[in-house]
Design a protein around this ligand. Sequence first.
Ligand SMILES: [Zn+2]
Length: 230
Amino acid sequence: MNKSIENRAEDLLEEFNVVVPGHFVGTKGGHLDTYVQKDVTIADPWLLKEITGLMAEKVASGYEQGDIDALVGIAPCSSQLATRTAEHLGDMWGKAPEIAFAEKTPWLSTREDTSTIDETLEFKRGFAAKLVGKKVLLVEDILNTAGSLIDLRNLVSSIDDIEIKGAVVEFNRSPSRNTSESLGMSLLSLVSREMANHELDDCPMCEQGIPVRTDLGHGARFLEEQAKRR
Ligand SMILES: [Zn+2]
């Protein structure tokens, strides 16, 4: 039986622990039923090849050669997804789309008496000039709040005579929030899965006494703080 593109991708992401089910504490203290290790995909050449092969199949299900001139990602993760996906599309279409990537430049933001490191997304290396007049597809690894993808869309939109055809993402962890409608462009997600994010006093996993994982996420810090309170 032939599995769908989505099912093959889900199997790979679980097998390689990109997607780990369990009881985790997130950056903002919410309790999560799944943890996503996004760097694993680009750290394994074989997995990167397979995942981008599936992303290319997904793109080819919605677009034909000639619809897209260039794939655009953000360095370092999504730019690698873009490059390898374009390579696979070249095998399918006989001609690979071009590549461009944006980079995050950190800068020191000083407001009143607090200084924080902020980031500006920008094109370097002549990529902005290369994209003038092109039809582009944006590439992103994980969509949570979609903040990075929206920043990329806004940056790309500022280029003259450019046409954004849509976006392809490896993993959409909030498909109810992140849709083609909400993003204002066609969205193809390789894997879409709504992930639970519970408040501490409303966490069914805590209620069932399932231990918090301390090897991934912020579980260790959470347990330390819990111990101090007792
Ligand atoms: Zn919990």
